[in-house]
Design a protein around this ligand. Structure first.
Ligand SMILES: [Zn+2]
Length: 265
């Protein structure tokens, strides 16, 4: 049984390695892009049932316009990605308490009205939407699920390896392994996803003709809006200083894309 488990793990890891468009990082993906997009479309329908979607007015038009420009930018800038196959949708949800936006696999995107006072202008909202779309393009949801599946397989293997132990000891070790896996593997993993989405998203927004420098003030305002957050090592997000330092380093390249986009317009 243990040999079977190990060969299953190997098959999974060898057969499902992929490369993130834009950064070239290797990642483990166990769902196909078809499966992933189907899940995204289902989740989108289910989530929107409970929300009030705004379909007219300047803000809804702005969300739609930014979305279309970023989608086009992704298709141009990352031709190796799934962006051209996405069934893109961009909705504005009426919820003034919610400072949030998200994009699901397949490009199903939503922005909450509560985000708009923090973003303030179109360039800043484009930075947030670029970041969310970047998670979908880099297939982060799929990667998280895949790692969750492998961790569970590993836990199953560990549990089987301790078959002859005292049940209390065994339960304690398994609980410790679970917490360790969460803090040691899943959290830094989410944080690396955040940095990657910042990088890809910044390039997508700049290439769509949105000012990349807007990202600095934006993430400072977002950091202030979510003050009282847990320390960095326990959080899925990098601290705002770390984040801004990384963005500054990316700015020369982003500005180049931005100037090129302005010349084309
Ligand atoms: Zn994110």
């Amino acid at each position: 049984m243990r040999a079977l488990l190990i060969s299953l793990l190997l098959a999974v890891v060898v057969g499902a390695c992929s490369t993130v468009p834009g950064t070239g990082r290797s990642q483990l993906l166990l769902l196909s892009s078809g499966q992933e997009m189907k899940l995204g479309a289902q989740a989108y329908t289910e989530m929107l049932v409970h929300e009030r979607v705004i379909t007219s007015g300047n803000d809804a038009a702005m969300v739609q316009r930014i979305g279309e420009r970023i989608a086009q930018s992704a298709i141009e800038l990352l031709p190796e990605s799934d962006a051209k196959r996405f069934r893109w949708e961009f909705k504005l949800i009426d919820d003034p308490q919610m400072i949030n936006a998200w994009a699901l696999p397949g490009g199903k995107t939503a922005v909450y009205t509560g985000l708009l006072p923090i973003t303030g202008d179109e360039d800043s909202l484009a930075i947030v939407m670029g970041h969310e779309v970047a998670h979908a393009i880099a297939r982060h949801g799929n990667e998280r699920m895949s790692h969750g599946m492998v961790l569970q397989l590993g836990m199953l293997g560990a549990d089987m390896g301790m078959r002859d132990m005292d049940p209390d000891d065994r339960a304690m070790i398994m609980a410790g392994l679970g917490v360790g896996a969460n803090i040691g593997v899943m959290l830094p993993f989410s944080r690396s996803h955040e940095s990657e989405a910042d990088e890809i998203g910044l390039m997508l927004a700049a290439n769509a003709g949105y000012h990349p420098e807007a990202s600095i003030g934006l993430w400072q305002r977002m950091g202030a809006a979510s003050s009282g957050s847990p320390p960095e090592w326990l959080s899925t997000h990098p601290s705002s200083e770390t984040r801004i330092r990384r963005l500054q380093a990316l700015m020369p390249e982003a500005n180049k894309l931005y100037r090129r986009a302005l010349n084309r317009r």
